[in-house]
Every structure is written in structure tokens, then in C-alpha cells.
Design a protein around this ligand. Sequence first.
Ligand code: KG4
Ligand code: ZN
Length: 393
Amino acid sequence: MILLAIETSCDETAVSVIKRVRGKNIRFEVLSHKILSQIDLHAQYGGVFPALAKREHAKALTQLIAEALDEADLLVERTNTFHLPLASRKKLDTLLEREGEMLSAMKIMVEGIQKPLIDAIAVTEGPGLEPALWVGVNAALALHLVWDLPLYPINHMEGHIVAGALIFKDDIYDISPINFPACALLISGGHTEIVRIPKLRSYKVIGKTRDDAVGEAFDKVARMLSLPYPGGPEISRLAERSRKEGLIVDEDLRLPRPMLHSGDLSFSFSGLKTAVLTRIKKRESLTEITKQMLALEFENAVTDVLIAKVKQAMYESRANTLIVGGGVSANTHIRFALKELAESESFDLFIPDKDLSTDNGIMIAATGLLHIGSDVEPKTKLKANGSWSVEDC
Ligand code: KG4
Ligand code: ZN
């Protein structure tokens, strides 16, 4: 079973090809893994612009698919001239009408190469930026049309959960068996959610943010501190330096821990962001030391809240396992605090390797395999859905 996966929900165009290998668990090897980041482009605007993201995905995706197939040794060029039948060509024209440069690139690719030896296509259908999602969805539909392969629409947040449960050993990824009930903490640029997972592929959102996502707050605070986008890694770097130097945060720069005592599992990070701004305004100038203190205090405040809510969720759900996912799970301090909590509360903890924390194609491919292994039916119609909850997948 060989699977091609496509991910275009935000600012990374990602394509992976994976091959299932025998074993009791769902196991696979990665034949190719391609990511094209748009970060540099969006950095100049301090955040992701949906229309720009869409255009860049459309420009890059077909080439990336061809490169991924080539790297996986599945790309065979045609020696004879081949034209798509008129009916397929017309359908392709209609399907890719809105995808700009992707239409001509796709036609050239599918007429230039033979149908590759893949068995299915998995594609992110949501949540995310809808214009960006449509590019991946339409590319998958186009390949389905031409190559007649089964299609598996994947929820991006389920992808982050599955990425969290992957264990890599001897060049093979294993979707680790989970001791249920479990909870997942999903922390990314667009989401902050705690999900209860009573059994395999069953998800209930039990806590979420009322305003900004945690990654969004990292990015916005970084901007206030004149740090480049994406701000998460930058704040983390400054905060780590402060810790190493034993820096004590000035009293007037201390920040609140929003919703810490709310009693429920809701988060709110927009007030924290405003609090940072108020602290900055009180100072005459934003010195390097002030920046370091604010980065440290902000990261500590976020971590305190995340840890308290996760602890409560684990307790209330009687959960044996915590799975962490999303870009912010790359944060060193948060990872460390979660590990400490897992030890003191004696639960199993799964956090993805840092390269699988942020968006990638492997997480979508692995989730595709999980669907196939769970007898989920493939779809022939797809529709990008920017706000698709993991509960409904
Ligand atoms: O999951 P992801 O790649 O994309 C979304 O689906 O949103 O997450 C991106 C987010 C960004 O907000 C970025 O600042 C944050 O993850 N991030 C971090 C770190 N690395 C990435 N936040 C805190 N610390 C990090 N080391
Ligand atoms: Zn993500």
C-alpha cells in the first residue's frame, strides 16, 4: 500500500509518499517528504495572507508532487506522446479553473508521466485557510480524475494527533498503540484545543480558546518585541537565553495567567497579548533586556496556563495518555513542563519530534493509513472546510 499525501492548509506546501510495511501496528516507511515553506514571503507582512498563500501553493504544488514521486522512485516519464481524452481535459479545466498556474502545470505533468504505482491519495480538507486548502483539495481531485485513485480527506487536527502518536525507529514509523482514554493538547497557529479521545478515532473537544490561538499569541507578541515571523521560535530562543542567564523578571513586567482559575478548560490569550503591550508602553524604550524579560515571562505565563488546564483535563477524563500536537509543541520549555507533568501524574506522554510538530505531509499520510486501516470509505467528492472540527471527522 503506497499513499500520496498533500497538505496546503496554511503556509507550508507539503507532499509525502509513504509505504505501509507489515506488522501488527500500522507501520510505514517514508519514500519521500517534501515541504516548501512560504515563511519568508509572509514574514514581511508579519503573518499569513490567505490569498498569497493560495497563489504560492498553486505555483508550487504540482512540481512538488512530481519531485516527491521522483524521490520515491515512482515517476516514469512517457516516451510516446499522450494527450488526455477530451472529456477528462474538459473536466480538469473546470476543476482547476480557479487554481491559476496549477492548471497548465498539472496538464503537463499528467500527460508527461505514467500513472504512478500508488494506491491512494490523502489530502487535508480542513481546517485551515480555505483558499489555501482548496489548492490541495483540487489537486487531489484532479489526480483522482486522471489516475482513478481512491481519495481520503483528512482533518488537519487529526493529522497533528496522529503525528504525536508516531514512533520512529530503524527507519520505520509506527503509529503507537494508545492506552485509552487519552487526551490531546493541540497547540498551533490556528488552534488551542484539548480533545478527549475515549477510543481510536473518536474525538470530543473539551476545551478551547475563546480568542487567539496560542501560536497566534506567540506570533503577535513577537511582533511587539520586533522579532521576525514566525515568532514562536524567536520568543523561545530569547526566553531560553534569559533562563540560562538566570534573569529575574522586573516586578512591573510580570504578566497575568489568564483563565488559570476559571474552573473550566477554556483558554484566552488575547488579554495576555494586550498585557504585554501595556508593559512595553510603560517603558521608555524596548531594550534587549526588557525583551528578554518579556519573552521569558510570556512563555512562562502560557506554559503555566497550558499545564494547569491539561492537568485538569487529564484528571476529569481519567485519561491514561496525553498526545501533544501542533507547531507550538516544538517549544522546548512547554515540552519540558509537559514531561514533568507526565512524570508526576504518571501518564503516558506522546510529543512529536520537532520536525513533525509543525505542518508536514507525513502526518496527513499517516492519518490516511489509519483511515484505511479503520475501513473508512474513500470519497469521490471533496470540499475544503476552513472550520472543520476534529469532532466531526
Ligand atoms: O501547526 P503549525 O505549523 O501551523 C498551524 O497549523 O498553525 O503551527 C505554527 C505555529 C506558529 O504560530 C509558530 O509561531 C508556532 O507554531 N511555533 C512555536 C515554536 N515553533 C513554532 N511556538 C512556540 N515555540 C516554538 N518553538
Ligand atoms: Zn498545523
